[in-house]
Design a protein around this ligand. Structure first.
Ligand SMILES: *Cc1c(COP(=O)(O)O)cnc(C)c1O
Length: 387
């Protein structure tokens, strides 16, 4: 089984980098000249793989990268990424030297932070900053023109601080009712009008806003979920003027197949009982891979047909009721396409009663990631063996 490369278990996630490239291109095509794409690759690129997604996004025209924490930015620098990287979350002022050293842009929103950071920077050190404005997300940011002015003044008074951007984040850009979105946008405009000088980057849009609201473009958009080919929300599905292509799929293989007689039981608790003669397959994926117990009863694809997971999902394995006998090694698709059947990330999210964002994120690092471009494998990442 050549396509497996450097991993020794028959379970892997497949990331189609052509989909990532196409999604970035589709969004970029919608944007006017002068509006940059900031590719959001936090959380290991939503579970897809930080470096592979970052490189693909940059090659497709993204100008900037964004992550949640400094550690994620440093990881990208260590893997050779030279493009600018913005940390969206809070960083400690004590760590400002590290940000300066790695040329990492930080998000700030507190005077006290700047004061503390001044103690840690040498006179010739420089750190690039974006100010975060809280216009209604209630998470991070200055909340008034007065607070903003105070922060701006402190930055302008110290040449070690370089004010490169200002931004806010929408709480409801993916909801059909745009009332709250419009309030946030108006408040952002009001608050930033207090600036003495607009920095190079002003940005507010996540994927949902980048797709729906040209008024909120300013001069950059922060593209996350749509880059991965997923819709920001179910209700937005019909509002997307181009096709998004899901990059993530999840694959396994049958490692054992047996015929059960009526009355035979399956898995912990012996809760599943055959009511007739039937074929049961075992696949090597379980809750420790993020394929959690709540997915009992979920369908998957085998031999181009839908089959059902039966019995409790174990830590490392689960069992599936097969439509007929199938040989060991038969490919099983838990997320993705087989022939005319497709199990979307949204289908799994619905079963888990959550949002699609969560699904690739919770597939753990025990599952190797295999990368495809032009239908060919271009990279395999096995986090366990560090290759
Ligand atoms: C995660 C995040 C984004 C990306 O949002 P999507 O809905 O995935 O496009 C943008 N901005 C901030 C501040 C974020 O934390």
């Amino acid at each position: 089984m050549e396509e497996q490369g450097y991993f020794y278990r028959d379970t892997w996630a497949e990331i189609d980098l052509d989909c990532i490239a196409e999604n970035v291109t589709s969004v970029k095509r919608q944007l006017p000249q002068g509006v940059d794409v900031i590719a959001v690759v936090k959380a290991n690129a939503y579970g897809h793989g930080d470096i592979q997604v970052a490189e693909t996004a940059l090659a497709s025209g993204a100008a900037y990268l964004a992550v949640a924490f400094m550690d994620e930015a440093i990881a990208l620098r260590n893997k050779g990424i030279k493009a600018p990287i913005l940390v969206l979350g809070a960083s400690r002022p004590e760590d400002v030297k590290v940000a300066a050293e790695f040329t990492i842009t930080l998000t700030i929103f507190q005077k006290e932070w700047l004061k503390k950071a001044q103690e840690y920077l040498l006179t010739d050190e420089r750190v690039s900053l974006h100010i975060k404005v809280d216009t209604g997300m209630g998470r991070l940011g200055v909340r008034s023109s007065e607070e903003l002015k105070a922060v701006e003044q402190m930055i302008l008074a110290d040449e070690r601080f370089q004010l490169e951007g200002i931004y806010t984040h929408f709480a409801t850009a993916d909801a059909l009712d745009d009332t709250y979105f419009r309030q946030q946008l108006a408040l952002f405009e009001t608050i930033i009008s207090a600036l003495t000088k607009r920095p190079k980057y002003v940005h507010s849009s996540n994927s949902a806003a980048a797709i729906r609201f040209p008024k909120a473009y300013f001069n950059a958009v922060r593209l996350g979920i749509a880059m991965y080919g997923l819709t920001p929300s179910i209700e937005m599905e019909k509002e997307i003027p181009f096709q998004l292509r899901e990059a993530f799929s999840l694959q396994s293989r049958l490692v054992h197949v047996k015929k059960l007689q009526k009355g035979d039981k399956v898995s912990y608790g012996a809760t599943y009982e055959s009511d007739q003669e039937e074929w049961i397959g075992t696949i090597p994926i379980g809750y420790a891979d993020g394929w959690i117990r709540k997915l009992q009863g979920q369908e998957l694809l085998v031999g181009g047909k839908r089959s059902t997971i039966v019995g409790r999902i174990c830590m490392d394995q689960c069992m599936v009721r097969l439509p007929s006998y199938m040989p060991i090694g038969t490919k099983v698709t838990l997320i993705g396409r087989q022939e005319d059947q497709f199990i979307s990330v949204n289908e799994i999210a619905a079963k888990l009663e959550t949002i699609n964002y969560e699904v690739p994120c919770i597939i753990t690092n025990r599952v190797p990631r295999l990368y495809k471009k032009g239908g060919k494998i271009v990279d395999i990442k096995n986090y366990l063996l560090n290759n």
